[in-house]
Design a protein around this ligand. Sequence first.
Ligand code: ADP
Length: 385
Amino acid sequence: MNPLKKRIGVLGGGQLGRMMIEESLRLNIHYAILENDPHCPCAPLCDTFIEGSLMDEAKIRQLAAASDVLTWEIEHVNTDVLLALEAEGKTIIPRPSVLQIIQDKGLQKQFYRQHQIPTGDFYLVQTETEWFEAIEKLPGHKFVAKTRKGGYDGKGVAILSKYDVLNKLTSIPFEGPCLLEAFVPCEKELAVIVARDQAGNMLSYPSIEMEFDPEANLVTLLLSPARVGSIIEEKAEQIARNLVAAFDSPGLFAVEMFLDPAGNLYVNEVAPRAHNSGHHTIEACYTSQFEQLARILVGLPLGSTELLQPAAMLNLLGAKDFSGAYQLDKLAECMHLPGVYVHLYAKQESKPMRKMGHVCLMAPSVPELLEKAQYVAKNLVLVKA
Ligand code: ADP
């Protein structure tokens, strides 16, 4: 089959799908999207839109019938149906068995341990007795509790004091199966995005350094390459590649890691799809993460992941104090600057901390980049229309 006549079916119609369409339309790829919300970011750009839930077997089968290859842009999908479709011969990238592991933070951690991927100590718990036993064994004063399934953007994650929970000053925050982890004193959070094609070739993007808004638990500023030095850079790349090799599946994978003050790296989690930490690759790399994924899906060769200039990315988040129609303050002033690329996701309504768009920034040197990023972060804000 001619790779340029292929039809890609995507479960989910958000901004990640939208940017993949934007980045590969020039390859004549046909896109079919399954999504509940007919006003989602992908709706105006795709060729075929199927309205429906990502859990609905009939709708997923309808998407599969309209596509040569299937992928997802969000993990909360019906994996059983994808496994069944794969068994029936459908090409699904990444393999649904990888998604099964990633959907469960407990299985993810066990997978890392099994494959000698460095990760913090952990225990899988459910009952109160199991919680208390695990907390006693975890090192340090603090620990991290996570629901095994269904969490995202920090929902379902709590950093707790061992003393407070053991003495019942703080109650157990989650019901059901949970993952309790050692708290990693984190100097920086890093991400390495790895692309693996259908023949097993792998390329990774230069490392990315992420700063989080602790309240919203979203990336606020991202820099690439990360300011870590070549030894850590190589170590991070090797860990990410080993992990993706262990998954033994084609696809695009964003591997998130913590760097502690002693220079140790610990894998936190993996996103088996394009990722928020890779948005700068659209302008700042020869091949964006989105085009790369499209290439993998249709069987084209991987493109160069080389970074052209130091790059930064800022998320444009909905203001905390309103929901509804919005506009961007100081848009003209910011777009006037060279190397500032504004991306808007065509979301109709702003909501507190909702990802409405992002800005990629590029500059010949890191100090210039940081100066520009600071200016844009301060000035380009979402306000009520
Ligand atoms: P989500 O899947 O919702 O993004 P994460 O597992 O990435 O949740 O956790 C959210 C954030 O909480 C991380 O980005 C990090 O800042 C913090 N965090 C998570 N696990 C740990 C840990 N073991 N030690 C220290 N901080 C952590």
